[in-house]
Design a protein. Sequence first.
Length: 149
Amino acid sequence: MNIVLNISIVILTFLLMEFIAWATHKYVMHGFLWNLHKDHHEVNKNKIIENNDAFFLIFAIPGAVFMILGSTLLFVGIGITLYGFAYFIIHEIFIHQRIKLFKRTTLTYFKAIRKAHRVHHKSRVKENGKCFGMLIVPLKFWKEAKAQL
């Protein structure tokens, strides 16, 4: 395979992961695996590890398996793994500040991400959730973030 095709597979997989993550968050994490996810919606600043952290392994397994299987699946696995890395940086570090970095930003996109995530966390129950994605932010949060500049 040529390098352009391999890079395209990685990028396409990364982009598709946003939609897979959205659906998994809405229908699995706020569905039948709510018991693992609900502590993520509880206010507990002293908790270092959450039950929700089990999803790290659940999401890492397909990427690792695809990379081990190799061939074209190697590049699918790389795309999944890169999305997982982006998720860790944006969700765990930037949004939830589990590692105290990137506290302030003047970038509209990142302010919009924080606003959308705050709306998601307003609900402490599995029903009636909003904003299940991570990288694709509804336009209204872009507008709100831009208005704050």
